[in-house]
Write a protein that binds this ligand. Structure first.
Ligand code: NAG
Ligand code: NAG
Length: 234
């Protein structure tokens, strides 16, 4: 007997239920919304995720932010066909990121994303061509996260749907996104000041006890990024 055609979808839904926190319930309103609009093929996005963002997410700042990742960047769609700035491989990794975001709860979600960006950076530094499939499976194995929910999401068309939704969110930003990485704090874009996001988050926080990450002044010394530290649509 052939397995019913909806079995993969059923498995995906089950794994979503098991692995993903119910966003609407876990959402904490006194936290600061920190949103990163990015694309996986942009070296400045990679650098931002691997260094300042990872540092912040490894500190107690993590307790006061709702981190939202939006992997779309300068991509565009023609109907349901997605065209990415850095080609097909970038589209694939963006889709994998969308699936990781959908199925993995924190801290796995950010750790897996960070791992894939580190791997991509390493390959770029060695002049190796990007290999998104090898990269994400390596990272998921390394962090002992199950592969199948991500695979199902990516192959079932759900990944594509998630991406198109991210595309809608990105292209409807007000004010519009000018380049990536594009960081917003409570919806306000930091534009060229994106590397100073820790100060902005700390200033926006209305809660009682400020995390110690806010007391350190090191983040204040981050220079503003100049225009060249963003990827623009060609
Ligand atoms: C990568 O290529 C660049 C330019 O072609 C070269 O300067 C650099 O040394 C290469 N790096 C490695 C690790 O091969
Ligand atoms: C943070 O994001 C949530 C969900 O999108 C939204 O409902 C809330 O108003 C935002 N809070 C602020 C302060 O922007």
């Amino acid at each position: 007997m052939a397995s019913p055609p909806f079995l993969p979808l059923l498995l995906l839904l089950l794994s979503l239920l098991l692995l993903s926190p119910p966003q609407s319930y876990s959402y904490e309103s006194d936290k600061v919304n920190l949103t990163l609009y990015y694309e996986t093929g942009c070296p400045y996005c990679r650098d931002f995720i691997i260094h300042p963002l990872a540092q912040a997410m490894g500190s107690d700042l993590v307790n006061i932010v709702n981190l939202r990742l939006v992997p779309w960047g300068n991509a565009y769609s023609i109907g349901s066909t997605i065209v990415c700035q850095h080609g097909e491989d970038e589209c694939l990794l963006n889709r994998i990121h969308a699936c990781i975001i959908a199925v993995a709860r924190q801290p796995y979600m950010f750790d897996i994303i960070k791992c894939t960006e580190e791997q991509e950076e390493q390959q770029a530094a060695n002049n190796m061509s990007s290999n998104p499939s090898a990269v994400w499976t390596y990272c998921v194995d390394k962090l002992q996260f199950p592969k199948s929910p991500i695979e199902h999401c990516s192959n079932s068309g759900m990944g594509e749907k998630l991406l198109l939704k991210y595309g809608y969110d990105t292209t409807h930003l007000k004010p519009p996104l000018r380049g990536v990485p594009w960081v917003t704090v409570n919806g306000i874009p930091l534009a060229q000041e994106y590397k100073k996001f820790v100060s902005y988050v700390c200033n926006a926080y209305k809660g009682k006890s400020l995390p110690s990450a806010c007391r350190k002044s090191s983040h204040d010394t981050e220079k503003s990024s100049n225009e060249e530290h963003m990827c623009y649509r060609a």
